[in-house]
Design a protein around this ligand. Structure first.
Ligand SMILES: *Cc1c(COP(=O)(O)O)cnc(C)c1O
Length: 609
């Protein structure tokens, strides 16, 4: 039975039972049931479901693994972590995350003024705040205000000029000064789609020459005691831990040498993010080639070895994993709006009294195909189709013949796939390509999975129901934007099969998983399909609760966001209706009311049910 690779990417978060995909937690509700309940409240279009227990699970995993590794290796430095807000700033995630992390003093990382203000207003109980990215004087002032509020904030300097700005602010307000971190430029390169953050040409960080300069500057300004952390980040989704190990070796040595240069309060190495998660649905496409256990062990083992040989103290460790913490918590559920199949059925066949010989042969292949001859007949059929298309180009057969040959070949392909389904032939996968069914999905790829569009990042997808039935349709997925890029084509290396469905009788929902990192904020409002309706699902032992149900923006609000004069939009629409001589007076009022409703609803499509 097809389990859509849930044993590969699912991390035990989901299970398949009685034809449904369910959450593997407490009362184990099915996604289908949750979606039905929300739709019964009149919510239409795609739904983004958040599961706070999965955020907590990831945070627990991180702290527990580092605690275990520290104990096993007798490591004395302490472990800290912060969530980089750029990965997802939506309040339902941030609030759940702050709550789940409170017991560990899990903190927040900010890369802009807006994010810093979120961090300053959401951090609890002296949990750490770190600030990365480019900063102007105002942003540094904000960091000072955070320190004045008593928060444990570290401003990480990306270049010497930022340090100079800090010195300026210190002149103006010398009483409470935040801790200072230095971002180091490593020569170790990152790997994968997001590799540009590491390496000597990377956008961020100080070279070794600049580091020495920075230390001198701090010393001469009497601020050396404020320098507590070095930081690096070699990129996101580091699939091979070798790259991280290389970076740690380099950073560990820099750390030890800076301490020896006199940085007496330097006590923390911040290793940034990069911890990978598994997105693959097929074993041969796996991405993450190491576990969190290995990650924690390697970091602690390597750092303790380096500092031992250089005779300095074991540093505290900080990490800024974002993808690992937030990816799994969000699932997008989108209804299939239409099946755009090429509709080749036997009834489409319209054979003539006398047909060209190749068509007669195709017809015989179709009649006599069986399990034993299927592959041979399939090859013959594909050959015949090719010849017939050439004959058409040369004018020897007509459009009706061409249609008959296409219908017959497709029928033969379908029948042979059915007859050979248990044989697992590689060749069949490629042939599926020719008869793929196009599932039109009520969502926008640009809004909900921009990394598929921009970087070809795969996200696991599966239907929410019918999982006790073998899916036989090779599927390509189309979104509802008017853009041909909004498509996930059938791919023989990563094949997706879905069920045959009759949408006039039943609904069919697809779940897109692991979309909780980066996708929501990177999402684009292409065609003005905006962030979908979302809900937080808290699962308990008896059932679950639906919280923070927030409907996708209404059309009038979307127009308002774009700075349209919405009063004028409304008035002009009403005026046009009133002016029209094509509408009777009694109908006008009805239509005006309809328009008012359209403007207040979200812009996604409505399926009939
Ligand atoms: C983006 C970013 C992160 C998060 O990386 P993940 O791969 O999502 O864990 C961490 N630190 C910094 C400085 C970043 O820019």
């Amino acid at each position: 039975m097809n389990n859509y690779g849930v044993d590969i990417w699912g991390d035990n978060n989901f299970l398949i039972e009685e034809s449904f995909v369910k959450l593997n937690y407490k009362s184990k509700p099915s996604l289908y049931q949750i979606v039905k309940e929300i739709r019964d409240q009149g919510k239409r279009g795609p739904l983004l479901l958040r599961f706070p227990h999965l955020i907590k699970k990831q945070i627990d995993n991180i702290y527990q693994n580092f605690e275990r590794a520290s104990t096993e290796l007798h490591y004395k430095g302490k472990f800290q972590a912060v969530f980089p807000l750029k990965v997802n700033q939506f309040p339902s995630l941030v609030n759940a995350l702050v709550e789940a992390g409170e017991q560990y003093h899990y903190g927040l990382e900010a890369g802009s003024k807006a994010e810093l203000l979120i961090a300053m207003s959401h951090t609890k109980n002296s949990a750490p705040i770190t600030v990365n990215g480019f900063k102007d004087k105002e942003m540094i002032e904000l960091g000072f205000i955070s320190a004045q509020m008593g928060q444990d904030i570290t401003i990480t300097i990306e270049g010497i000029n930022e340090l100079e700005t800090i010195l300026e602010v210190v002149q103006e307000q010398p009483d409470v000064i935040p801790a200072i971190g230095l971002r180091i430029k490593l020569h170790s390169l990152g790997v994968g789609l997001w590799a540009k953050s590491g390496g000597i040409n990377s956008k961020f960080g100080l070279t070794s020459t600049e580091l020495i300069k920075a230390i001198e500057l701090l010393k001469s300004s009497n601020l050396l005691h404020k320098f507590t952390m070095i930081h690096f980040h070699i990129g996101s989704q580091i699939t091979d831990i070798g790259f991280l190990k290389k970076a740690i070796r380099e950073a560990g040595n820099i750390y030890a040498d800076l301490v020896k240069l006199g940085a007496f309060n330097l006590g923390t190495i911040n290793l940034g993010g990069g911890l990978a998660i598994e997105y693959a649905q097929h074993k041969n496409n796996c991405e993450a080639k190491y576990s969190l256990r290995e990650y924690a062990n390697d970091i602690i083992f390597m750092l303790s070895t380096i500092v031992k040989s250089k005779k300095v103290q074991e540093p505290n460790i900080m990490i800024e994993s974002g993808r690992y913490v937030s990816a799994s918590h969000a699932v997008l559920v989108a209804p299939v709006f239409e099946l755009v199949s090429e509709g080749y059925i036997e009834n489409d066949l319209n054979l003539k009294e006398i047909n060209p010989p190749l068509i007669t042969e195709l017809h015989e292949l179709y009649q006599y195909i069986n399990t034993n001859n299927a592959l041979e007949y399939l090859h013959d059929a594909l050959d015949h189709l090719n010849s017939l298309l050439t004959l058409f180009d040369l004018g020897y057969v007509d459009l009706q013949d061409r249609s008959n040959s296409e219908v017959l070949t497709h029928l033969i392909i379908k029948k042979s796939i059915y007859l050979l389904q248990d044989k697992n032939l590689e060749e069949l996968l490629h042939i599926q390509d020719m008869i793929q069914e196009k599932y039109l999905i009520n969502f926008s790829m640009f809004q909900s999975m921009p990394d598929f569009w921009g970087l070809n990042q795969h996200f696991p997808v599966m239907p929410l129901a019918k999982l006790d039935q073998k899916p036989t349709r090779s599927a390509s997925l189309w979104d509802i934007t008017c853009d041909s890029d909004g498509e996930i084509g059938f791919n023989a290396k990563n094949p997706l099969f879905l069920h045959s469905i009759d949408l006039s009788k039943e609904e069919y929902f697809l779940g897109f998983f692991l979309i909780g990192a980066y996708q929501e904020v990177l999402g684009m409002d292409h065609n003005l399909f905006v962030h979908p309706t979302e809900a937080t699902i808290e699962i308990n032992s008896n059932g679950y609760e639906i919280k923070n149900l927030t409907e996708s923006s209404s059309i009038i609000d979307i127009l308002d966001d774009l700075n349209y004069d919405t009063t004028q939009v409304r008035e002009t629409l009403i005026e046009n209706i009133n002016k029209s001589s094509l509408i009777s007076i009694t109908l006008k009022e009805k239509i005006i009311n309809r328009i008012a409703i359209f403007l207040e609803e979200n812009g996604y499509l409505k399926t009939v049910k």
